[in-house]
Design a protein around this ligand. Structure first.
Ligand SMILES: [Zn+2]
Length: 324
């Protein structure tokens, strides 16, 4: 199969998954309505709310009254949602019982992320690699997983190969054990070209191929999610909350994202702090040294990244592998 054929087949699989997601939500809805029939009425009202408001707006001449109609619609919509959540709770179902449950919260099982031009979600790329790998058509392509760990590429001098073997063992143990790992967090430190991204991708590939949920993201894209959250431009991509909630988050290239006042440090702190409080696993790769992390992000963020009670620091040193 060619890459294009694999992509086609995977997109069909994603489409089936979305149908399943919806059917699953329908089942939960049916059960909720059975336990609390009022929910069905509220859902009905909610569905006709926007349409009714639009009809009223169309026949209304006054600009002010149009605005008021839109506002009333929004307020009623919020009240309906609050009432539904309260009813769900009272019925013993949990407030989020009717929320969509996606296999991948980042792309909502579409396989795509971002606005046009959208790109494939990490979950899609990982499954594509897996398919191609199983198909044996990966020859010659860069393979970012533990099974294709080529030690021959790593210089023996100055203990670099031994060091990489140790790092690989640690990372593979982490990926195999997840979520029952010795340390909850990993910080992969070292200059560019020492294999940090490779190790991070290996962990991601192993954890996802074990059926666990993980998101891999570059610091740059993570910053985009933060910025969107901050500007309230979050309608199509509620990326930041997904980053807080995913069981395993892998952040690559921390330190390359733009430094924006009131955004970068504050959101990064919130992200790390919330994840730590919820005991979720985080893996970070960075070219920065611990001292540079302190300098760039301040003590609050640095102390969470460098905290030895919850995490391991893997320091890589040596020659740039890309130049060989
Ligand atoms: Zn996805």
């Amino acid at each position: 199969m060619t890459r294009a054929e694999h992509i086609q087949a995977l997109l069909e699989d994603y489409s089936r998954q979305r149908t399943e997601d919806e059917a699953d939500q329908e089942r939960r809805l049916a059960e909720a309505c059975q336990r609390a029939p009022r929910i069905a009425e509220l859902r009905q009202e909610s569905a006709s709310l926007a349409l009714n408001a639009m009809r009223s707006i169309l026949v209304e001449q006054s600009q002010e009254e149009r605005k008021a109609i839109a506002q009333r619609m929004k307020a009623r919509g919020q009240a309906i949602n609050a009432e539904i959540r309260a009813l769900l709770k009272a019925a013993g179902l949990g407030e989020d019982a009717l929320d969509m449950r996606y296999r991948c919260p980042v792309c909502k099982d579409t396989g795509y992320v971002g606005e046009a031009p959208a790109r494939f979600c990490d979950c899609f790329e990982a499954r594509l690699r897996l398919r191609q790998h199983e198909d044996g058509s990966m020859a010659g392509l860069d393979e970012q997983n533990f099974d294709h760990f080529d030690l021959g590429r790593i210089p023996e001098a100055d203990g670099q190969r031994v060091q990489m073997l140790g790092a690989r063992k640690l990372c593979e143990g982490y990926a195999n054990g997840f979520p029952n790992t010795e340390s909850r967090n990993l910080l992969l430190c070292g200059e560019g070209g020492l294999g940090k991204t490779f190790l991070l991708n290996c962990i991601f590939e192993r954890v996802t191929s074990r059926g666990q949920s993980a998101v891999r993201i570059t610091a740059f894209r993570m910053f985009e999610a933060m910025r969107q959250q901050h500007t309230g431009n979050d309608e199509h991509f509620d990326g930041f909350s997904a980053l807080i909630e995913v069981p395993l988050l892998l952040i690559d290239d921390l330190g390359t994202e733009p430094m924006m006042r009131n955004i970068t440090v504050e959101y990064l702190f919130t992200l790390l702090n919330e994840r730590n409080a919820a005991k979720r696993h985080t893996v970070v790769a960075t070219n920065l040294t611990p001292a540079q992390l302190r300098e760039r992000y301040g003590e609050r963020v640095a102390s969470r990244l460098l905290d030895k009670s919850s995490g391991r620091i893997v320091q890589l040193k040596g020659k740039d592998l890309r130049q060989r």
